[in-house]
Write a protein that binds this ligand. Structure first.
Ligand code: MN3
Length: 243
């Protein structure tokens, strides 16, 4: 990632009391480094500064668009994520999850917004363009056939996103492959950038024969058969090397 964006910038942007979490993991910095407090601490995030002047992308993207996009839209996601994280901490403290649907949705909407906008603004820049090189070029050739074929797929996917959304080139850790994806609504309860470690299938096919409409009972019992050693192994394999 760009040199302009350092952990110090994140902390500075967030204010003295702020710590780092989602963004820090993207830039490979330890999430607890800023304060060294307990893991139960509420993490908040700062708005990553624009890594270039707002008019640096002219004529492709105009100064006003960049300014509003970064200073208003991106900033709103950061604020929203911090508010949601704080509300979730309060809910855990109170043991009251009455608002969990709305909070989970807000977490996905704002968390994805923060991650995707950070990557967006950090990906483009002045004096850029051309084609990738090195390992990335090698992997694009391996997984898409050629850079041209990749770009055609990426551009087609991005153009075909219905209404609001994103075209995304992503790394799939499980398969060790590059993939192109569309995100039509990033708030669809997925936090882009998050790696699944443990999942509970709540489609009816996973429990209906035994539990019928009693999903809560199934979920409670599911909790008794989780192999946490496997979860830990997955965490160590895909996530821990970056900590
Ligand atoms: Mn945007």
């Amino acid at each position: 990632m760009g040199n302009e964006f350092s952990r110090r910038d994140v902390i500075a942007g967030a204010g003295a009391a702020a710590t780092i979490g989602v963004i820090s993991s993207l830039i490979g910095s330890p999430a607890l480094a800023a304060t060294g407090k307990e893991a139960s601490q509420v993490f908040t995030h700062g708005l990553p500064p624009l890594p270039y002047p707002p008019d640096a992308l002219e004529p492709v993207i105009d100064k006003e668009t960049v300014s509003i996009h970064h200073d208003k839209h991106f900033a709103a996601y950061v604020t929203g994520l911090n508010e949601t994280i704080t509300k979730l901490a309060k809910a855990r403290e109170a043991g009251n999850f009455d608002a969990i649907k709305a909070l989970s949705r807000d977490l996905a909407f704002n968390g994805s917004g923060v991650v995707l906008h950070w990557i967006y603004f950090d990906t483009i820049g002045p004096k850029a363009g051309g084609t990738p090189s090195g390992k990335l070029a090698e992997l694009i050739n391996r997984d898409f056939g050629s850079f041209e074929a990749f770009w055609k797929q990426f551009a087609a996917a991005s153009k075909a996103v219905e209404a609001s959304g994103w075209g995304i080139l992503a790394w799939e850790p499980f398969s060790q492959r590059l993939v192109v994806m569309q995100s039509e609504k990033h708030q669809d309860l997925t936090s882009w950038g998050a790696m699944p470690l443990m999942v509970c299938d709540v489609w009816e096919h996973a429990y209906y024969l035994k539990y019928q409409n009693r999903r809560p009972e199934y979920v409670d019992n599911f909790g008794k058969i989780i192999n946490w050693k496997k979860v830990e192994d997955r965490f160590n394999k895909f996530c821990a090397p970056k900590l």
